[in-house]
Design a protein around this ligand. Structure first.
Ligand code: NAP
Ligand code: MG
Length: 502
């Protein structure tokens, strides 16, 4: 089959956008280079996408600079209205976007339809409404003076996103930046550029002026690195691994650009002896197996009270073994492939890492055969580790791979939970209100879910502490990240400074 046939067979009615989006137009890369993007279900090529180099990033930054004065001075409500229109267009094109996302990333279509697309629309809608509600303050200073603050956009913002939720992260990054009046150069992940390019097209349709958003799919080591270095980019917002985050900070030093980092995690998911076991078992499966575990907030450390560990695992192991793996485009599929073959190998390598330190594989630990043998699939994997200091309890695996640890006392549970360098998402299951709030206070994490896991909402701040990065997406906090404060002093009573009175 040729590429168009492959795309049509996947239920796509529109041709896939496969060029860079710069200054409101789809264009080839200056070098003419392209990179194939694959369907992780069978590793077939679905599109050849233009690959941005430094010259393309320069063009994109120049377009964003030209667009900035007008966009930043547009009435906030008018910026918001464009984002609201975009949210409507995302919903109107929801099925197409869901298929595109599933095809490129391997997300089960039921998740793309019911989670990725609605959450993307909701995020643009939330910040569309936010645009004219985010305001400065007046400060009570000394008599005779008025002091007020302006929240000004920072300028051209570089945004670099990973491959695990490409559609949703496009909205998390772009919506607050645009609402606040910034212009954007975004680099999607090299293996999942398609849904972001389609969003760029819908943005143009929603009336976003040329140059306000520019998409430069390309390699992280080239286009991503250059965005982080670029002297005309005022801020870089990055989501990805902690190692790359560190590189972004170093690259940003040239012009002291603002940096915002959403990095890895090793989520603690604690189940106490008094928890509702059915809820905890199901919630813990969601915490680790949703999106094949490719989530920075995944509940990848399952920390069980000794008393209920056996009863919990008696339910949890069969549940894991019963998860339906299959073609992401099949509506009954519960877990799709990992997003790349390279990543599948990395995830599977942790099975050996676990065994080498005395870990016990309780479920999975391999790729399924049969029809799925050509894809990037990994079975839901449960590993019991001997110590919370073992590598599988410390390092982010980023797959359907959960490490089980047990504890005897609340103190021990907290020591294990806080015993990593990361601090992103965390959760706990208990009927004890006092304990729940105590842990919410004590957990070293940016987010805590009580009797739940992995909830997100555009209004609720999202981000981490420690090696999980800094800065917050979502809510008013995101608007603060994408603006800088200017303090304005007005001498209302026309006072003359006394110091050098003549
Ligand atoms: P990654 O290698 O750090 O890549 C993330 C993005 O950065 C990609 O677009 C990548 O480009 C680009 N990049 C690579 N090298 C770069 C450089 N030197 N300068 C600038 N950009 C560069 O991460 P990943 O493995 O793709 O993604 C998984 C990681 O992201 C996990 O650790 C996960 O926890 C983290 N994550 C965090 C959050 C959060 O909100 N905290 C959310 C999702 C994922 P290429 O595509 O070309 O590699
Ligand atoms: Mg792909």
């Amino acid at each position: 089959m040729n590429l168009v046939d492959i795309q049509q067979a996947a239920g796509l009615s529109k041709p896939i956008r496969h060029q860079l989006f710069i200054d409101g137009k789809f264009v080839d890369a200056e070098s003419g280079e392209t990179l194939a993007t694959l369907n992780p279900h069978d590793n077939s090529t679905i599109a050849e996408v233009a690959l941005a180099g430094k010259a393309d990033v320069d063009k994109a930054v120049a377009a964003a600079q030209r667009a900035f004065p007008k966009w930043s001075r547009l009435a906030a409500a008018d910026r918001g209205r464009i984002l609201l229109r975009l949210a409507d267009l995302i919903e109107a094109n929801g099925e197409e976007l869901a298929r595109l996302e599933s095809l490129d990333t391997g997300h089960p279509i039921r998740d793309s339809r019911n989670l990725d697309v609605p959450r993307t629309a909701a995020c643009f809608r939330y910040f569309g409404g936010m645009a004219d509600k985010f305001q400065g303050e007046t400060i009570p200073v000394e008599a005779g003076f008025l002091n007020y603050t302006l929240r000004e956009p920072v300028g051209v913002v570089g945004q670099v996103v990973p491959w695990n939720f490409p559609l949703m992260f496009t909205s998390w990054k772009m919506a607050p930046a645009l609402a606040a009046g910034n212009t954007i150069v975004m680099k999607p992940a090299e293996i999942t550029p398609l849904s972001s390019l389609r969003i760029a097209e819908l943005m143009a349709e929603a009336g976003l002026p040329d140059g306000v958003v520019n998409m430069v799919p390309g390699l992280g080591s080239v286009a991503g690195q250059y965005i982080a270095e670029h002297m005309d980019i005022a801020k870089v917002a990055f989501t990805g691994s902690t190692a790359t985050g560190r590189r972004v900070i170093q690259a940003s030093a040239g012009n002291l650009k603002k940096v915002q980092l959403e990095l890895g995690g090793k989520g603690a998911n604690i189940v106490f002896e008094d928890a509702n076991l059915v809820a905890a078992v199901n919630g813990s499966a969601w915490a680790i197996f949703h999106n094949q575990g490719q989530a920075c907030i995944a509940g990848s450390r399952l920390i069980l009270h000794e008393k209920i560990a056996d009863a919990f695992l008696e339910k949890f192991i069969p549940l894991a073994k019963s998860v339906r793996l299959g073609n992401p485009l099949d509506a009954s599929t519960e877990m799709g492939p990992l997003t790349s073959a390279l990543h599948r190998e990395r995830v599977l390598s942790y099975v050996d890492v676990a065994r080498a330190q005395g870990g016990e594989v309780l479920a999975g630990g391999k790729s399924p055969g049969g029809d799925l043998a050509n894809g990037c699939y990994v079975e839901p994997t449960i590993v019991r580790a001997a110590s919370y200091l073992d590598r599988v309890a410390q390092e982010e695996v980023f797959g359907p791979f959960v490490t089980v640890l047990t504890f005897k006392t609340d103190e021990e549970a907290l020591q294990i939970a806080n015993g990593t360098d990361y601090g992103l998402g965390s959760g706990l299951w208990t009927a004890n209100l006092q304990r729940a709030h105590k842990f919410a206070r004590e957990l070293h994490a940016g987010m805590v879910w009580i009797n739940s896991y992995k909830r997100v909402n555009p209004g609720s701040p999202f981000g981490g502490v420690g090696q999980s990065g800094y800065g917050r997406e979502m809510g008013f906090d995101a608007m603060r990240e994408y603006t800088q404060v200017k303090s304005v002093w007005v001498n209302v009573d026309a006072q003359i400074p006394p110091h050098f009175a003549r």
